[in-house]
Design a protein. Sequence first.
Length: 264
Amino acid sequence: MSEDGAGVPSAVAAGSQDQGGTGRTLYLEIFRYNPADPDSEPQFRTYPLEETPGMTLFIALNLIREEQEPGLQFDFVCRAGICGSCGMLINGRPGLACRTLTASMEPRIRLAPLPVFELIGDLSVNTGKWMRGMSERLQTWVPATVDADIDSIEAPMEPELAEQIYELERCIECGCCIAGCGTAIMHERFAGAVGLNKVARFRLDPRDTRSDGNYYELIGDDDGIFGCMSLMGCQDVCPKSLPLQTQLAYLRRKMLRAGLIATG
Ligand code: SF4
Ligand code: SF4
Ligand code: FES
């Protein structure tokens, strides 16, 4: 996502304004930089803000933009941990601004854009571009093997299997696992937990007729499953608590076997 959310009504941003303060003043140290402006220098600027009950970083950023810094760039759409737009480094750790209560932190809060992704400006990054590239490299879709017949009845699926697939479908492509992954930071084309989780999801899908050998061609190298160092930074920061460790271990076993068969 890369929308900067400038059109959100002020009532949304104000959120908790009428509830009185908590008595704390927050100091948000926010990364400011506009890569499109040759005069812009990367820097942190500090914005004081009176905390209100139930305040999230989403509310705090909107108030700062309304009252102090109209040009501040950051992304959000849903405010509910669903769209994945508001990922950022919160005191150095990837997380969602809309799901982070300021009450859970010390008053001085440092916000920076997620690394790895192209910087649009300030806290806004282009996760969509990265996700598209990953998706095209890993072919994260069910390949069509028959012509679609819109009059046919829906194919049944065992509820247990559907549940397993939906569990992995909960990924919101926020990019937090990529920002928290040492391999993704060093290797531009590494699929990361988000990509490998998608492969695991399609591997489960009975409509996907690709073999382990086909998947090996997609992820059987250092840009795929063998680039993963298994330190699980991804699982630690995933705001949807996806079972990434289990999926990565599953794929590693599958791909090791497929690799042994491929090399005889
Ligand atoms: S796996 Fe988790 S951290 Fe990674 S993009 Fe999906 S929801 Fe975000
Ligand atoms: S376990 Fe693998 S995908 Fe997850 S953070 Fe570590 S290297 Fe990245
Ligand atoms: S605004 Fe949608 S996840 Fe935070």
